[in-house]
Design a protein. Structure first.
Length: 117
């Protein structure tokens, strides 16, 4: 599975960005797709995830501000980020988990989000 992330950029605090992750495989066939982020000097952390049937899960820091969604017709997963804050500055990575008993994990290249105060 190939993942192509896009949509990062620089924004002022309070602004919004929408990240996109295009997949080479049908989104409907992917068990879970997720967005992770890694800030300088910190570990990579889960931001939001969405399952093949549309169930979602968010990190506490993302709840109420970020929305993960997917478009099965475009094989793309989105992360709408609103009310951005400087602490959201990070490289954001797209992730996919595929498989049954044996699962495989795939990562896209990161896309940088910079939020200035």
């Amino acid at each position: 599975v190939q993942l192509q992330a896009s949509g990062g950029g620089s924004v002022q605090a309070g602004g919004s960005l929408r990240l996109s992750c295009a997949t080479s495989r049908r989104v409907f066939d992917i068990n879970v797709m997720a967005w992770y982020r890694q800030a300088p000097g910190k570990q990579r952390e889960l931001v939001a995830a969405i399952t093949y049937d549309g169930s979602t899960n968010y990190a506490e820091s993302a709840k109420g501000r970020f929305t993960i969604s997917k478009d099965n017709t475009k094989n793309t997963v989105y992360l709408q980020m609103n009310s951005l804050a400087p602490e959201d500055t990070a490289v954001y990575y797209c992730n996919a988990i595929v498989g049954g008993i044996v699962k495989s994990t795939y990562w896209g290249q990161g896309t940088l989000v910079t939020v200035s105060s």
